[in-house]
Design a protein around this ligand. Structure first.
Ligand code: SF4
Length: 232
C-alpha cells in the first residue's frame, strides 16, 4: 500500500528539469526531513495525518488513468519524501501502459526502485533548510538510479550561504544538470509576486556574477500562476 497526501492533475510541472511539461502528480505522505521553509507541510506534518490515505498501486494507477483520460503522460511522484515508500509496482504497471515516471526526492533515502524511473530530480537541501546533508546517502541515491533515469540536481536558494553550498555540489557532480530555484518564503496566504520577481532577479545576478553559465535559474512557475494553492 502507498500512503498518499494527494493525487492531482493533469497540470504542468512547475519546476526543475520538466518545467512546463504536462503531468499528473502523485504526492506521497511522510518525510524524514522537516525543512525550515517546507512548502508541502500538508504531506509532512503529522497533524495532517487525518487527510492522508492508503491506496494499492493498482488503485493509484487507476486514478492516474482516470485523470489523464487514459492518455499516457509523465507521472511526477513527489512528497513528502517518496523514497521512503515502495513504489515499484506502481512504476512497473504504469510503464507497461506507456506512462513515464519522474520522482523528486532530497536524496536521503536510496529507494530500490530508482533505477526504474525515467527522470529523477535530486533536491538536496541547502543550509537555510536547517537540515543536514549526508554525502554518503546522496551518493547511494545516485548509485541506485544507475544509468536509466535522466538525473538532475535542483537546489533551492534562499541566501548566499546556499549559493556557496550549491557551488560545492556543482563542482563535485559536474555530470548532473543543475537547476537553481528561488526559495518561496511566503508560505501563508497569497505570495507577493513582486517579491518573488525581486528574489529571482537577485538570484540571476548572483549566478551571472559567479559566471555559472552552465546552470539554469528558475522560479516555481506554479507559484507565479496559482500562488500557494494546493492541487494545481
Ligand atoms: S524534504 Fe521536501 S517535503 Fe520534506 S520537509 Fe523538506 S521541503 Fe518538505
Amino acid at each position: 500500500m502507498i500512503l498518499l497526501s494527494e493525487v492531482f492533475g493533469p497540470t504542468i510541472q512547475g519546476e526543475g528539469a520538466g518545467i512546463g511539461e504536462p503531468t499528473v502528480f502523485v504526492r506521497t505522505a511522510g518525510c524524514d526531513f522537516r525543512c525550515a521553509w517546507c512548502d508541502t507541510l500538508h504531506a509532512v506534518d503529522k497533524s495532517h495525518r487525518g487527510d492522508w490515505y492508503e491506496r494499492s498501486a493498482d488503485a493509484v494507477l487507476a486514478e492516474i488513468e482516470q485523470l489523464s483520460g487514459g492518455q499516457p503522460l509523465l507521472v511526477t511522484i513527489s512528497g513528502g519524501n517518496p523514497a521512503t515508500q515502495d513504489l515499484t509496482r506502481l512504476i512497473q504497471l504504469g510503464q507497461e501502459k506507456g506512462y513515464r515516471f519522474a520522482v523528486e526526492t532530497q536524496g536521503s533515502v536510496a529507494a530500490p526502485w530508482f533505477g526504474l524511473l525515467d527522470m529523477m530530480t535530486l533536491s538536496p537541501k541547502p543550509p537555510s533548510s536547517k537540515m543536514r546533508f549526508s554525502r554518503d546517502r546522496f551518493e547511494n541515491s545516485l548509485l541506485r538510479a544507475g544509468d536509466k533515469p535522466d538525473v538532475s540536481l535542483k537546489i533551492v536558494i534562499a541566501d548566499e550561504d546556499d549559493l556557496d553550498w550549491a557551488g560545492e555540489l556543482k563542482a563535485r557532480y559536474p555530470q548532473l544538470p543543475l537547476f537553481l530555484q528561488v526559495c518561496n518564503t511566503q508560505l501563508n496566504g497569497d505570495p507577493d509576486q513582486s517579491k518573488i520577481a525581486a528574489d529571482m532577479r537577485w538570484l540571476v545576478d548572483q549566478v551571472m556574477a559567479r559566471q555559472w553559465y552552465d546552470v539554469k535559474v528558475l522560479p516555481q512557475l506554479h507559484v507565479y500562476l496559482w500562488g500557494n494553492a494546493l492541487g494545481v
